[in-house]
Design a protein around this ligand. Structure first.
Ligand code: ASP
Ligand code: MG
Length: 452
């Protein structure tokens, strides 16, 4: 059994759903369980509607509901025109939007929204898409069964970012999903949504469908989990900056995590941790280019010096120096206490005997923090920097790779340098303006150089 999860762009409209149907048909022998996102953009639209309604803009909220209903009915029409389920699915989809319209009315009277009502609304996209897609599969000869994800994805009641309850999910998945698979059917369920122990709709947080796929995969001990999206997997660099970037065939989970926190956005590895922990491989594929190899994320792929490079822009460096640090203890503790007190999160740290340099987001509120830091040392603030990460689980053991990186950077100014404790990320702070050029130079030297 495998889990095939299709993101919003893979189910954006009838044409995308046709492609997705073809992909699922090609995998029937592997007994797929299908997890789908809302049609692309629908979750954002729903959250916008909830805001409009709770701000008292009932008329505009209702016209947005109408537009969303139309959008879904157009796809029902396109996908099910000749199906005998056409009317029934159209009516069921409509019921969801009727429910949405009455919630909007209530919200606009109340003038505020609770996290619980927000989840009820946010989850409607997946409720509609999963129903529609299951029917589209059936109309194309796939024996698909819609499963209400809320009966399977049991969570706590932390609305907006509910915590899945692994044991309850395992029991529900074995009871409601596994038997369908054994009967040769294809279960289709929405990602992202769940329900609390007492049956109230919850969501797992934005982008949560990957998490759903991983949790169901772990619960059913799937052979593999496929995340279908609109890019050819993870790439060696951001192709908008480095046009020669190429897909990574295999990446370690720790490398993928490191890349995600430093700029790469294909998926958040934390969401696939439940599967990876059990040794279930997770694949990222492109539903627009299903023949491509894709990226395989595993716990123990072979170590490579460099797997990918990424840049995180809009970074500020804070440097705190004190003569008093010489032969003293407690200085670093004091510095980081102040970051903690002011709730400013730190990305990269480098220290010398008399100073410490840390990076923070350009958007971090620094005024008060800097004032406090000045009590303990000289502070300088450097804006418009960027973090360049060279990620590879073998980088610390490869002197050549490190040398190549520094040579490729040439005369560009290096503001800070750090090798992460896990030793899989060589982090270099450059001037932001140097990033595009430096990334291309690094990519050329690390991935395009002819083998020696
Ligand atoms: N539809 C939800 C979102 O846009 C969940 C997902 O697509 O993963 O956040
Ligand atoms: Mg999405």
């Amino acid at each position: 059994m495998i889990i095939s999860k299709f993101g919003g762009t893979s189910v954006a409209d009838a044409a995308a759903i046709e492609r997705t149907t073809g992909i699922v048909r090609g995998r029937l022998a592997r007994r797929p369980v299908v997890v789908v996102s809302a049609l692309a953009g629908v979750t954002n639209a729903l959250l916008g509607i909830a805001r409009q309604a709770s701000e008292g803009n009932f008329i505009s909220a209702v016209s947005s509901v109408q537009a969303l209903r139309e959008r879904h009915l157009v796809e029902v029409e396109a996908l099910l025109a000749t199906s005998d389920e056409h009317n029934e699915i159209g009516a069921e989809v409509s019921v969801i939007f009727d429910e949405l319209a009455s919630l909007c009315e209530a919200l606009s009277v109340l003038g505020f929204i609770t996290p619980r009502s927000l989840d009820a609304i946010a989850g409607m996209g997946e409720r509609a898409s999963s129903m529609l897609i299951a029917a589209a599969f059936r109309a194309r000869g796939i024996d698909a069964v819609h499963v209400d994800a809320r009966k399977v994805m049991i969570t706590d009641a932390n609305f907006g970012r509910a915590e899945p309850q692994a044991d309850a999910i395992a029991i529900a998945a074995r009871r409601l999903v596994a038997p369908l698979v054994h009967d040769g059917k294809v279960p289709v369920m929405g990602g992202y949504i769940g329900s609390s122990m007492d049956g109230i709709t919850t969501t797992l947080g934005r982008g949560g469908s990957d998490y759903s796929a991983s949790l169901v995969g772990a619960a059913l001990q799937a052979e593999s989990i496929e995340i279908w999206t609109d890019v050819d997997g993870m790439l060696t660099a951001d192709p908008r900056i480095v046009p020669t970037a190429r897909p990574i065939e295999q990446i370690r989970f720790d490398e993928a995590s490191e890349l995600a926190s430093f700029g790469a956005k294909v998926l958040h590895p934390a969401t696939i941790a439940p599967a990876v922990r059990l040794g279930i491989p997770v694949w990222i594929y492109n539903s627009r280019n299903p023949g491509a190899h894709g990226t395989r994320i595993t716990f123990d792929a072979p170590r490579r010096a460099v797997t990918a490079i990424a840049a995180k822009r809009e970074t500020t460096i804070l440097r705190v120096a004190t003569g008093k640090m010489l032969f003293q203890h407690g200085f670093l503790r004091r510095v980081f206490e102040l970051f903690d007190e002011h709730a400013v999160s730190v990305d990269v740290v480098a220290t010398s005997e008399v100073s410490v340099s840390v990076t923070v987001d350009d958007s971090a509120p620094l005024d008060v923090l800097v004032g406090a830091l000045r009590q303990i040392g000289d502070v300088s603030v450097e804006r418009r920097r960027a973090i360049v990460s060279v990620v590879g689980s073998g980088i610390a053991d490869d002197a050549d790779a490190m040398g190549t990186v520094l040579r490729a950077l040439g005369h560009r100014r290096i503001n800070m340098l750090s090798l992460s404790a896990s030793a899989i990320n060589l982090t270099i702070l450059l001037d932001d303006a140097d990033v595009p050029d430096a990334m291309r130079a690094l990519h050329a030297a690390l991935f395009e150089a002819p083998a020696a």
